[in-house]
Design a protein around this ligand. Structure first.
Ligand code: AMP
Length: 220
């Protein structure tokens, strides 16, 4: 099954992606993670992407499409995959159609902007381990320090409030049109489209998605 998770930054796509990929045993393709890995590796692509990402803008369609096309060549994608954060523009979605990479299911996680700002601006990370915290919802035992190593926590550059607001407006302008794009494909019975309320508990959202997946699997 080829699935797309769509929703604003901070909607909880990464969290639900982990559940879905485990259940279906398919790879999680997150262009944000791939770009961050390129930055960490200091590759030419990483150097190009870094300042764009720090500003909350979108990396060019050309770069991201090439990155995803390369990734899809790997054999672990043969039996399906989960896209998270891609496509993010109509041009990226069109590129998929052109390459005949067809989606079976689009899952939209809906969360209002103000909730997103609260969620993202409170996130903190321990760089070496990837452990994540939230100043309100999941605070570390000692403020600003990782629970295990006591090393300092960092805030992602693009999680600063001003940048979050920029990312939200980029989402509204560039990515929201994709909702209509895929709803139209759903009307034409080309794929299934479901919207989940991202304000509910993580487990409730997970259960809704798992139920939908089981139904779709049965109908295939
Ligand atoms: P994410 O982790 O998905 O929120 O992505 C972090 C940042 O990576 C975004 O704010 C963009 O700068 C960049 N990025 C990730 N995916 C894409 C994409 N599909 N198209 C363009 N830029 C992207």
């Amino acid at each position: 099954m080829n699935i797309l998770l769509i929703g604003p930054p901070g909607a909880g796509k990464g969290t639900q992606a982990a559940f879905i990929t485990k259940k279906l045993n398919i790879p999680h393709i997150s262009t944000g993670d791939m770009l961050r890995a390129a930055i960490a590796a200091g590759s030419p692509l990483g150097l190009k992407a870094r300042s764009i990402m720090e500003q909350g803008a979108l990396v060019s369609d050309e770069i991201v499409i090439a990155l995803v096309k390369e990734r899809l060549k790997q054999t672990d994608c043969n039996h399906g995959f989960l896209f998270d954060g891609f496509p993010r523009t109509i041009a990226q979605a069109d590129a998929l159609e052109k390459a005949q990479v067809l989606l079976d299911l689009v899952i939209e996680i809906a969360v209002p902007d103000e909730v997103i700002v609260k969620r993202l601006s409170g996130r903190r990370f321990h760089l070496a381990s990837g452990r994540s915290y939230h100043v309100l919802y999941n605070p570390p035992r000692i403020e600003g320090c990782d629970d295990v190593t006591r090393e300092p926590l960092i805030q992602r550059e693009d999680d600063h409030e001003e940048t979050i607001r920029k990312r939200l407006s980029v989402y509204q302008v560039q990515t929201e049109p994709l909702r209509h794009y895929y709803k139209k494909l759903a009307q034409a019975a080309r794929l299934q489209y479901m919207t989940v309320d991202g304000l509910r508990e993580i487990n409730d959202i997970k259960n809704d998605i798992m139920l939908a997946l089981t139904k779709i699997e049965r109908s295939v």
